[in-house]
Design a binder for this molecule. Structure first.
Ligand code: CU
Length: 159
């Protein structure tokens, strides 16, 4: 128990520095949207979905790995894990994903409950809904330790 508390304190200290770049990490269920991936848009309303995209993940890639979306679309992402390991799909800017991947290397047991992504167990699917309100080139990746670094990433072009 003491070890757990010490670890928690360490996490709080190390995350305060990264709080702006990485809000909401490890807070459990996202009660309200905290700005994660705000450069790409905002959490979508499941009742306003205009398109469903199925993305498959496995060691260590996404299929498809490049997505094109129209600005204004609300997309339901169905993330199907066809691999042997747990995987996740998180949307973000390149900077956000890079920073996040480094954090995950340091704290591999961290859970994500952010609205800009989802985690699927091997053989399972899970989904999230995202509204793309801004155009540009963005990214998605699996931030489980080492996966992003081994190429488990893709691009999202919004226009
Ligand atoms: Cu992965």
């Amino acid at each position: 128990m003491i070890l757990r508390i010490a670890l928690a304190a360490t996490l709080v200290i190390s995350y305060s520095a990264a709080a702006l770049a990485d809000p909401g990490h490890g807070r459990g269920k996202a009660a309200s949207y905290d700005g994660h991936a705000a450069a790409l848009g905002e959490p979508g309303d499941a009742k306003q979905v205009t398109r469903t995209m199925e993305i498959q993940g496995q060691e260590m890639k996404f299929t498809p790995a490049s997505l094109t979306i129209r600005r204004g679309e609300t997309v339901r992402f169905v993330f199907k894990n066809a691999g042997q390991l747990k995987h996740e799909m998180m949307l973000g800017t390149q900077k956000e994903l890079n920073e996040h991947a480094v954090q995950m290397e340091k704290h591999p047991d961290m859970e994500h409950e952010n609205p800009n992504g989802t985690t699927s167990e091997p053989g399972a699917s899970s989904e999230f809904v995202w509204k793309f309100t801004k155009s540009g080139q963005f990214f998605f990746g699996c931030l489980l330790p080492g996966h992003y670094q081994q190429g488990m990433k893709g691009t999202v072009v919004v226009r």
